[in-house]
Design a protein. Structure first.
Length: 259
């Protein structure tokens, strides 16, 4: 059996006057080396996609983090300058893929921006600049550090007993590398909160009625997936779910392939 494949929707980025469809290296590396599966980068377009055509060809969906934010109009709020930057092509690509992957019981792992997209895709809302709210910590990246320092494991989250993530990491305190300025405000009806930070910020969710692995985390397990045990366990669990899904798919015969 060949390695299963997961789809990762791209961000739209501009470099040297050119437009690129891009995914950060650490997500691809963690998918290959920790989950043990391959990845296809899915270009981001605002219209014209056949979502099922993409999902027909893969065995899982990974929604990565990004510097951009989900556009507030998608959860019934008005946008202002501080809510950006935005990436409407990423929104238009990821949200339909999330909904359809859940319909089809395709394993899903959503990280950082991804957990926010998952919440919005299922009817939830987001809070911006959470560090300005009373009692909420500053979850943004620290100033004056290199990239390893930015993604350092520095925060504790409490994993709820009996949750999906507890079956992977165990219940109780887990140290993570969470850095963000937006977070879930109103949790979507189909989502169960799985872990929270000490200030109450939602740090992980699962899809209540999912027929396959469907988990979102606000932190960044991809960055240390090869060296940090909880990060590795999360990616291994996703990889196992992807392999199980792939093994259950009906094989394509040569005649079907030609047709």
């Amino acid at each position: 059996m060949t390695k299963p494949i997961v789809a990762i929707p791209a961000d739209i980025r501009s470099f040297d006057g050119a437009t690129w469809h891009a995914v950060q290296h650490q997500y691809l590396r963690a998918t290959l080396n920790a989950a043990g599966v391959m990845a296809f980068i899915i270009p981001a377009f605002e219209a014209g996609y056949d979502t099922d055509a993409i999902l027909d060809r893969v065995d899982g969906l990974l929604i990565s983090g990004s510097a951009s934010n989900v556009h507030p109009s998608l959860y019934g709020a008005e946008a202002n300058d501080k809510d950006g930057p935005f990436d409407p092509a990423r929104d238009a690509t990821s949200l339909p893929l999330i909904r359809r992957a859940l319909d089809r019981a395709i394993p899903l792992l959503a990280i950082c921006r991804g957990i926010q997209e998952l919440n919005v895709a299922l009817g939830g809302s987001l809070a911006s600049e959470i560090q300005e709210q009373p009692g909420i910590w500053d979850h943004r990246r620290p100033d004056g550090v290199d990239r390893d320092g930015m993604y350092a494991i520095r925060q504790s989250v409490h994993v709820k007993e009996g949750s999906c993530i507890a079956s992977i990491l165990g219940p109780g305190e887990v140290r993570v590398n969470s850095l963000h300025r937006q977070a879930i405000a109103r949790t979507a009806p189909r989502l169960q909160v799985e872990a929270v930070a000490e200030d109450g910020t939602v740090e992980a969710v699962s899809v209540i009625d999912a027929k396959a692995f469907a988990v979102g985390v606000q932190w960044h397990p991809e960055y240390w997936a090869e060296t940090d045990k909880p990060s590795n366990q999360l990616f291994q669990a996703f990889g196992d779910a992807v392999r199980t899904y792939a093994a259950g798919k009906l094989p394509v015969t040569p005649a079907q392939a030609i047709a």
